[in-house]
Design a protein around this ligand. Structure first.
Ligand code: GDP
Ligand code: MG
Length: 310
């Protein structure tokens, strides 16, 4: 074997460069209104984006009436993340839900078009601003049955255009057994309708990816609970929902003591919100961006350039 060359120093160079540039990440939430989309966006980044409000004084999240993007810059240990969250008004609320996916798909494609227009300029910017949606979190209502035909049609279209992570919304309305059975039925629906949600099996690059992603695929859709209020539990401020619980016996008679319990969104025994956050921010952020660029945007680019050469 020849002497040491020091190639691994390239890793340090990449790290320093990435730290200087910072990261851009764009998330969108989609689903029927009232499922907790806006609340979830607050929950995902609140500890970093908003200051801790006094318990009980937080304002309720206003209803989202139009598609809206907000950008925050989060800095941690010298690394900057420019995060854009796109909140969408609920779909499927009308009597006629025909093509209710159009505004959402329209927005996603508009961002690809913007990127393409910058990329094909003769004099290009060194860094093209990236507004493309890297991940779309799709909220499934907690019916406990299976995916509705509307969800299936929407997901089929969405998954062809963008990375989609489905979640079971307002999971506090299901028991643990109901959640598990619902998750298995949704997974079955996704398979039978050939809906490839993120992380897609075909993009696992090696055995390590396959092992990690198989575990994630087995847990998807995550059962989540949204909360953007802090409560004091045993002297600690936790993000959660305060619920009045007791024991309901027989004819629905309250026999247990009336207690206020806090359903903490950070507690894995209560909901799988931590799994969603880890996937989006800690473990798969760069992969979501790579698949957006190399697969979804590439498909768009090829179609558009073919069109213009006809
Ligand atoms: P959106 O229309 O999907 O954006 O829903 P919002 O985030 O505006 O939430 C609608 C209402 O549901 C608000 O009163 C929230 O406090 C409440 N909510 C949000 N997430 C949950 C949840 O996981 N469980 C329960 N029980 N209520 C929730
Ligand atoms: Mg909303």
């Amino acid at each position: 074997m020849l002497g040491y060359v020091g190639i691994e120093a390239v890793l340090d160079q990449l790290k320093i460069k990435a730290m200087k540039m910072g990261f851009e990440f764009n998330i969108m939430v989609v689903g029927q209104s009232g499922l907790g989309k806006s609340t979830m966006l607050n929950t995902l980044f609140k500890s970093k984006v908003w200051k801790c409000t006094l318990p009980g004084l937080a304002m309720p999240t206003p209803q989202t009436l139009q598609l809206k993007s907000v950008t925050h810059v989060i800095e941690e240990k010298g690394v900057k993340l420019k995060l854009t969250v796109t909140d969408t008004p609920g779909f499927g609320d009308q009597i006629n839900n025909d093509k209710c996916w159009n505004p959402i798909l329209g927005y996603i494609n508009e961002q690809y078009e913007r990127y393409l227009q910058e990329e094909i300029l003769i004099t290009r910017q060194r860094h093209i601003p990236d507004t493309r949606v890297h991940c779309c979190v799709y909220f499934v209502p907690p019916t406990g049955h299976c995916l509705r035909p509307l969800d299936i049609e929407f997901l089929q279209r969405l998954c062809r255009t963008v990375n989609v992570v489905p979640v079971i919304a307002r999971a506090d309305s299901l028991t643990l057994e109901e959640r598990e059975a619902f998750r298995r039925r949704i997974q079955h629906n996704l398979r039978t309708h050939c809906i490839e949600v993120y992380p897609q099996k075909c993009f696992d690059e090696d055995i390590n990816d396959r092992i990690l992603n198989s575990k994630i695929r087995d847990r998807i859709p995550f059962a989540v609970v949204g909360a953007d209020r802090q409560h004091l539990v045993n002297g600690r401020c936790v993000l959660g929902r305060k619920t009045k619980w007791g024991i309901i016996e027989g004819q629905g008679r309250w026999t247990g003591p009336e207690v206020w319990l806090c359903l903490a969104v950070e507690n894995m025994a209560h909901c799988e919100f931590p799994l969603l956050r880890d996937l989006l921010i800690r473990s798969h952020l760069q992969d979501l961006k790579d698949i957006t660029h190399n697969v979804h945007y590439e498909n768009y680019r090829v179609c558009r350039l073919n069109e213009s050469h006809v």
